[in-house]
Write a protein that binds this ligand. Sequence first.
Ligand SMILES: O=C(O)C(=O)Cc1ccccc1
Length: 298
Amino acid sequence: MSLSIAHLGPTGTYAEAAALTYSQWLTQETGQQSILCSYPSIAQTLEAVANGQASLGVVPIENSLEGSVTMTMDALWRFDNLQIQQALILPIAHALISCASDLALIRAIYSHPQALAQCQGWIDKFLPLAQLVPTNATTEALQHLEQDRTAGAIASQRAAQLYNLPILACPINDYPDNHTRFLVVSLNPSSGGSHTSLAFSVPANIPGALAKLLQIFASRNINLSRIESRPTKRSLGEYLFFIDIEANANDPAIKSAIAELKLHTETLKIFGSYPVLPINSKNQNPTEKDILAQETFE
Ligand SMILES: O=C(O)C(=O)Cc1ccccc1
C-alpha cells in the first residue's frame, strides 16, 4: 500500500519538491511507494498528519537567509504527537514569473512571505514601486498572472515550467547560497539519528528560568545547534523555546538532560531524533511522471 505524503500546495511549491525528494529516497531505500497530497497551508499540512489523514508531512522549518518559518513552529507546538523522521536541506533559487512583456510594467508581486523576504534587495533595486502581496504558497501566486499582466510572482523555475509561464529573471534571491531545511513528520516514533529537536514552555515570571534550563545542556557538554523563541500567545512577554541538539535522544547525556528538563519546564514536547538527508543532484529534479502521480486535497 502507498503512503500518503502531505505538503503545501498547489503543485510546484518548494515543499512539494522536498516531498518528491523524500518520496524517491524512501522508494530507493525501502521499496515503499508513496503518493503526494497537497494542502493549502502549512498548518493544514501538519493537521492532516496529526489527524491521520496523511501518513507523513513535509514542511519548511528554516531558511538560510530569513531564518525560522514561524508557521511551522507554531503548528508543531499546537498539534500533539508529531515526530520528526528526517530533515532535508534543499537549495532555493527564486524566479520572477510574469506575463508582462517588460519588467517595468509590473505593479504587484505575489508570493509566500519567505520568498518575498529572500528577494527584498532585488525588488528594491528593480521594482521599488511594486506592491508586495503575501500568499500561502509560491505557486498560489501564479494564479494571478494570466488575468493580470501587471502582476508578477516569485516561485521556482520548476513551477514556471509546470504552469507554462514565462520567467523574466532568475535567480533573484539576494544571496546565491540560499537553502531551506524541511522536516518530514509523522505520528510514528521517530526513526533515530544524529539530531534531536524539542520545545518547552517555562513557568511565568521566574527570573533566570531560561538560563537555568540552558545550563542543563551546557553542564553536560551537549551541543545545541539552534535555539528559537515563539510567543505562547497567552500573554505578552511569555515565550516557548525550540531547541535542536546535535545528538541522539538515546545518548545517556541527552536522556539525563531531558529528565532534568521535565522537572523545570511547564510543558515539554520532544519531536524525536532523526537524520539529515543528504541531497544529491539526481533526486532534486522530479520527472513529469512523479508530478502526475499526485492527489490534491484543497
Ligand atoms: O511556497 C512554497 O513554495 C513553499 O514551499 C514555502 C517556501 C517558500 C519559500 C522558500 C521555501 C519554502
